[in-house]
Design a protein around this ligand. Structure first.
Ligand code: NAD
Ligand code: TYD
Length: 369
């Protein structure tokens, strides 16, 4: 049977990948997720009753469990999304990042190697381990420097990006040393439905809808390259089908924006889509707050390799992707209410120093128009 083992498939990108895989009938999906604060079974509700989506709660670092799942379901590929993924949390408490992103990936690699080595020749040939990583491993770019290619040296700056870099190196080493058929992808910042509202875009939407401050770190001129999550997941399927073993593919949206541009665009869309007089114009909610320590100034992805070799390119523009994203959050108040639970409110309070309504209005610089 055509089966894929997906790890971290209840999170933001993993659940989008699983939904897309099932909706397009591409494979049976076995989904292994620890259901940390970021994992959410509501993300997978559309698949309830689907006999070809099999969900297990568990840790990628639990070797007996991973071994048993590989033996039982005999996947033709493993796609590894499981990770701690938020930079600010990695600054606040890096231990889980080392445990899951480094040690967990190591255990997963060991079990994949053992499984793969025992496969019959034809299946061995076909097996793939696709490791999903980030552009943050390359470090920060100067304003006019060319975008990251796959050959850019690694220079991770946060505990999160250092842990992802370590996992990428382990994946590379398992291919180089053992011949494990791995492929690594490094993608830029994703946005879209079902993203946990600790990351910039969903946080702005959630706070904007509540009339709470929209916190912008530092001067707001840090630049990210935004990629719509479904475009990313289509790229991952392309790589899984036709990517060259042992290679790295950068995936990006060709969409560099400063954080100030992002917040202003979100505000304009909220003015149209959620025009409550009490919180319009939403730009009045923009609040400059203390900068993130070690805040990388700019990321940008050169996605030329995947485009040339595999013919992938993103379909959504930032305007269409962001419009769909905001509509999704407005249309899913139950999802939003469920994720803004006690532990979410604790994080917001600890990180932004405020009550549960949202970040405190303690600007370090005046809002400029
Ligand atoms: P997320 O935080 O939304 O989801 C992570 C998922 O992994 C959650 O469902 C969580 O429960 C699960 N998980 C955590 N630890 C686990 C463990 N030990 N065992 C099993 N499951 C575990 O993250 P995301 O945004 O969906 O990111 C997915 C992957 O893509 C990550 O590897 C991340 O580094 C990478 N990535 C994300 C972005 C982005 O913009 N979100 C950009 C580049 C790369
Ligand atoms: P984030 O979504 O955390 O992704 P990453 O740090 O992995 O790129 O942040 C995106 C950008 O937005 C980054 O430059 C930090 C900034 N940011 C804010 O200005 N305010 C916030 O409250 C958050 C969470 C992020």
């Amino acid at each position: 049977m055509n089966t894929i083992l997906v790890t971290g498939g209840a999170g933001f990108i993993g659940s989008t990948f699983v939904l897309l895989t099932r909706q397009q009938g591409l494979a049976r999906v076995v989904n292994l997720d620890l259901l940390t604060y970021a994992g959410n079974l509501m993300n997978l509700e559309a698949l309830s009753g689907d006999p070809d989506h099999l969900f297990t709660v568990g840790d990628i670092g639990d070797r007996p469990l991973v071994q048993a799942m590989l033996e039982r379901y005999r996947p033709r590929a493993v796609v590894n999304f499981a990770a701690e993924s938020h930079v600010d949390r990695s600054i606040d408490g890096p231990e889980d990042f080392i445990q899951t992103n480094v040690v967990g990936t190591f255990h997963l690699l060991e079990e994949c190697r053992r499984y793969w080595q025992a496969l019959p020749a034809a299946q061995r040939e076909r097996f793939r381990l696709l490791h999903v990583s980030t552009d943050e491993v390359y470090g920060s770019l100067a304003p006019d420097a060319p975008a990251f290619t796959e050959n850019h040296p690694y220079a991770p700056n946060s505990p999160y990006s250092a842990s992802k870099a370590a996992s990428d190196h382990l994946v590379r080493a398992y291919h180089h040393t053992h011949g494990l058929p791995t492929i690594t992808t490094n993608c830029s910042n994703n946005y879209g439905p079902r993203q946990f509202p600790e990351k910039l875009i969903p946080l702005l939407i959630v706070n904007g809808c509540k009339g709470a401050p929209l916190p912008i770190y530092g001067d707001g001129l840090n630049v990210r390259d935004w990629l719509y999550v479904e475009d990313h997941c289509q790229a991952l399927h392309t790589v899984l089908d036709r990517g060259r073993v042992g290679e790295v593919y950068n995936i990006g949206g060709n969409c560099e924006r400063s954080n100030l541009e992002i917040v202003r665009t979100v505000c304009r869309l909220l003015d149209q889509l959620d025009p409550a007089p009490a919180r319009t114009p939403h730009e009045a909610l923009i609040t400059f707050v203390k900068d993130r320590p070690g805040h990388d100034r700019r990321y940008a992805i050169d996605a030329g390799k995947i485009q040339r070799e595999l013919g992938w390119r993103p379909r959504e523009t930032f305007a269409t992707g962001l419009n769909q994203t905001i509509r999704w959050y407005l249309d899913n108040p139950c999802w939003l209410e469920a994720v803004q639970n006690g532990s979410y409110r604790d994080w917001i309070e600890r990180h932004y120093g405020t009550n549960s309504a949202g970040p405190a209005a303690t600007p370090t610089a005046p809002v400029r128009s």
